[in-house]
Design a protein. Structure first.
Length: 432
């Protein structure tokens, strides 16, 4: 679909890089762009002369859609639509993002979150139509169509039902995470802006495909799935097992952050970040090839999001070092030191410095607990010893005539389970 990018900024030069990437991610063919530096026109967003220029450009380019990188009110959308040629629609940045989310939603949870975001987007417009139509005794809202008193309440009822279903799904996922913790798994989450290379890095760190995060298999769990240079490749969460002896680690890739998202949209997808908030360690991935000011701004926003509910340590990963020289990398390290102390610089695509990232992950994960158990020699003892081997790191097993000493380390939850299993063998089991 042929599209024109439009963007207004109060001052300076408009940057259309991200909105172009968003349009590409949604499947649009961007054939032209038009920008303006001035205060917003309440009726058209652009000034009237620039809006006429936009209409002429759309006609000349045979465009089917105009995509504004600004939030458009319903009145502005209507007025712009009146100027544009027949067959050419107009959407804003947030409508575009919702389109992309809808295209990517593969699981029930993702589909519900998209529906919730769409309803939250529509609600204030329905409220405006209702209140203004009642106030002015108009048959419609500024010529935008008939209003329906019941629509506002219908939207609120649907939002309530979706939230209830999402809450049930989230509780199921939380129970799953708790079971994994109890089974001795450390949970590591990848976070960061979309297109920072999180999915590529995940494939480098964890190639196994033996964990299903959702009841419906996420596309990224397909062995044939490739990392793509497009936004929102990962909408839901993908979880894989890492090869990180002696720890059992599960790595989760989550939806990428996007700049300038409204609160209602962030709120709709907040549950997707639960896997980040519940992790033992967060790897905050940034694209080090971007301008340092852009990286700094993204780090600040990421920290604001992560520190809201996250208690786990955060390690900044400077990704894509294959795209910058050593001197530029060191300059950016120094410039970002306050926001990213002691980062790990890697290339997920080329596999550079991945061993250093593995080492850092092990260093930052919660410490294991050392334990020495003396088990009675019974018919079931060997199965307990085998289980400890599977779930922890065994230093020594000493077989005596009447008992077995097991010296091992593991997550505290596993140590407690080992003590309980040992206690079932004999009430007099010793922990030394």
């Amino acid at each position: 679909m042929r599209a024109i990018i439009a963007k207004r900024v109060d001052t300076g030069t408009a940057d259309t890089t991200e909105i172009r990437e968003l349009a590409h991610a949604a499947g649009y063919d961007v054939v032209a762009e038009l920008t303006q530096s001035r205060s917003a026109d309440p009726a058209l967003q652009f000034g009237e002369g620039k809006a006429d220029e936009l209409a002429a450009l759309a006609r000349r380019e045979n465009a089917e859609t105009v995509i504004f990188d600004n939030r458009l009110g319903p009145y502005q959308m209507y007025n712009l639509g009146q100027k544009l040629p027949d067959g050419c629609g107009v959407i804003d940045r947030f409508t575009l993002i919702l389109e992309i989310f809808g295209q990517r939603a593969q699981t029930r949870k993702a589909q519900l979150q998209v529906e919730l975001a769409e309803l939250r987007y529509e609600l204030p417009r329905a409220e405006a139509k209702t209140s203004l139509a009642k106030r002015d005794e108009h048959p419609g809202f500024m010529g935008l169509g008939e209003y329906d008193d019941s629509r506002e309440q219908d939207i609120k009822d649907q939002i309530s039902r979706i939230r209830d279903e999402l809450s049930r799904i989230e509780q199921t996922e939380e129970n799953r995470r708790e079971r994994r913790h109890e089974a001795g798994f450390d949970l590591v989450a990848l976070a960061g802006y979309t297109n920072a290379g999180k999915s590529t890095l995940m494939r480098r760190l964890a190639a196994d495909l033996d964990v299903d995060e959702n009841e419906d298999v996420h596309p990224d769990l397909d062995q044939t799935a490739e990392s793509e240079d497009r936004l929102f490749t990962t909408l839901g969460t993908t979880t894989r097992r890492m090869d990180l002896e002696p720890r059992d680690v599960l790595l989760t890739d989550t939806v990428g952050f996007v700049s300038d998202l409204p609160h209602w949209l962030v709120e709709s997808f907040k549950s997707t970040l639960d896997s980040v908030y519940r992790a033992d360690l967060v790897l905050l991935v940034v694209d080090v090839s971007e301008p340092v000011e852009e990286i700094r701004e993204k780090l600040v926003t990421s920290h604001d999001t992560l520190y809201e509910r996250n208690e786990a340590p955060i390690v900044t990963v400077l990704n894509k070092i294959d795209a910058v020289g050593e001197e530029e990398l060191e300059e950016k390290r120094a410039a970002l030191a306050a926001l990213a102390p002691n980062p790990v610089a890697v290339s997920g695509r080329e596999g550079l410095n991945i061993d250093a990232l593995y080492d850092r992950i092990v260093d930052e994960l919660p410490e294991w607990q050392r334990e020495r158990l003396v088990l009675p020699m019974t018919d079931d003892t060997m199965s307990v010893v085998s289980w400890i081997h599977d779930e922890g790191n065994v230093f020594e097993v000493d077989y005596g005539d009447d008992d077995v000493l097991v010296d091992f380390e593991a997550r505290p939850a596993i140590v407690e389970q080992a003590r309980a299993k040992a206690g079932e063998l004999s009430p007099s089991v010793e922990s030394i």
